[in-house]
Design a protein. Structure first.
Length: 269
C-alpha cells in the first residue's frame, strides 16, 4: 500500500478517481483560482502579502568555544529561510487537490485570501492560512467529499526566534484516510498577539495538542474548552520552548548539590 506521505509521481489513482460525480482534473475556469497567486493590474503575478521569515540566524551546536556552555549549543549559524511560493502546475495530485479545494471554498463563500501562500517542497504541500480563516478551512477540508481530511494527525508549535516577524507558528498536519493524502496548514502570529482559534470543534483530539502548544509556546487558543498546562506545573512562569526562554531553564538540585543550567556550567576539554 502506498504511503500517505509518498511524493507525487504524476497523477495517482486516488487523485483521478475522486468522489462520485466528479473528475480528478476539473477544467473549469473557476477551479483553482483561490489557490493561484493574485495578479497585478499589469497582468503579472503578484507575490501577495509578505510571508514571514521561517528561520533565523542561530548560534550553537558542536565545536563552539569561549563559553561555559557544556551542552554544545553555541557554534552553528543557520541562515534565514523562506519557502518559495509555488505556482501551478504543482505536480502530481497537488493540482487536483487545489482544484477541489477551490471549488469547495467557493461553495462555502470562503474568499481566496483564506490561503495566502502555497509551498511545495520535498514532496509535501503547505498552505499558509491567516488565522481568521483557519476554522472555516478546517471544516471544509474535513467534510468536503473530494477532500476528506478526517484526521488531524499532529498540531505543533514553532518559534523562529527574536527579530523574526510573526515568529510563532502553529502547524496542522492533516491526513485523508479516504484518499491517502497528507497536507500541512500553517498559521503565523506575533508574540504580542499570540492568539489562534481553537480547532477542537473540528478535530476533538486537538484538545491535547493545543494545551501542549499553550504550555510550551504561550499561544492562546480562543474557544478551547479548558486551556491549562499539560506538562509544566500550573504555577510555572514562562513557556520553555520559546527561543528567548533561558537555556537550561532553572538550576537543578541533586543530592544536596546545585547544578546550574548548561549555559552557566564550566567548560571541560
Amino acid at each position: 500500500m502506498d504511503s500517505p506521505a509518498e511524493s507525487p509521481k504524476g497523477t495517482t489513482g486516488d487523485a483521478s478517481a475522486g468522489p462520485e460525480g466528479s473528475e480528478g482534473a476539473q477544467g473549469s475556469d473557476t477551479a483553482g483560482r483561490a489557490l493561484a497567486a493574485p495578479t497585478a493590474p499589469d497582468g503579472r503575478r503578484s507575490a501577495g502579502p509578505p510571508v514571514p521569515v521561517t528561520g533565523t540566524e542561530r548560534h550553537g551546536m558542536f565545536g563552539q568555544h569561549g563559553s561555559g556552555d557544556t551542552s554544545g549549543y553555541g557554534g552553528l549559524i543557520t541562515a534565514p529561510y523562506v519557502p518559495v511560493p509555488a505556482e501551478r502546475p504543482y505536480g502530481g495530485w497537488f493540482d487536483d487537490l487545489a482544484d477541489r479545494l477551490a471549488d469547495a471554498m467557493a461553495a462555502r463563500s470562503i474568499p481566496g485570501s483564506a490561503i495566502s501562500q502555497v509551498s511545495v517542497e520535498h514532496g509535501e504541500i503547505t498552505l499558509a492560512v491567516p488565522r481568521e480563516h483557519l476554522v472555516s478551512l478546517l471544516w471544509t477540508l474535513r467534510d468536503d467529499p473530494g477532500l476528506r481530511f478526517e484526521l488531524a494527525s499532529s498540531i505543533s508549535g514553532v518559534d523562529y526566534g527574536i527579530g523574526v516577524p510573526r515568529r510563532l507558528h502553529v502547524v496542522y498536519e492533516l491526513t485523508s484516510m479516504t484518499w491517502r493524502r497528507r497536507i500541512r496548514l500553517e498559521v503565523a502570529v506575533d508574540v504580542d498577539d499570540a492568539t489562534v482559534p481553537s480547532a477542537v470543534g473540528v478535530y476533538p483530539t486537538a484538545d491535547w495538542h493545543e494545551r501542549e502548544i499553550w504550555d510550551m509556546f504561550g499561544i492562546v487558543f480562543s474557544g478551547h474548552p479548558g486551556l491549562t498546562r499539560i506538562l509544566m506545573p500550573d504555577d510555572w512562569d514562562g513557556h520553555p520552548q520559546r527561543k528567548d526562554y533561558p537555556l537550561g531553564g532553572i538550576p537543578v538540585e541533586y543530592k544536596g548539590a546545585e547544578i546550574p543550567p548548561p549555559d552557566e556550567r564550566r567548560r571541560y576539554g
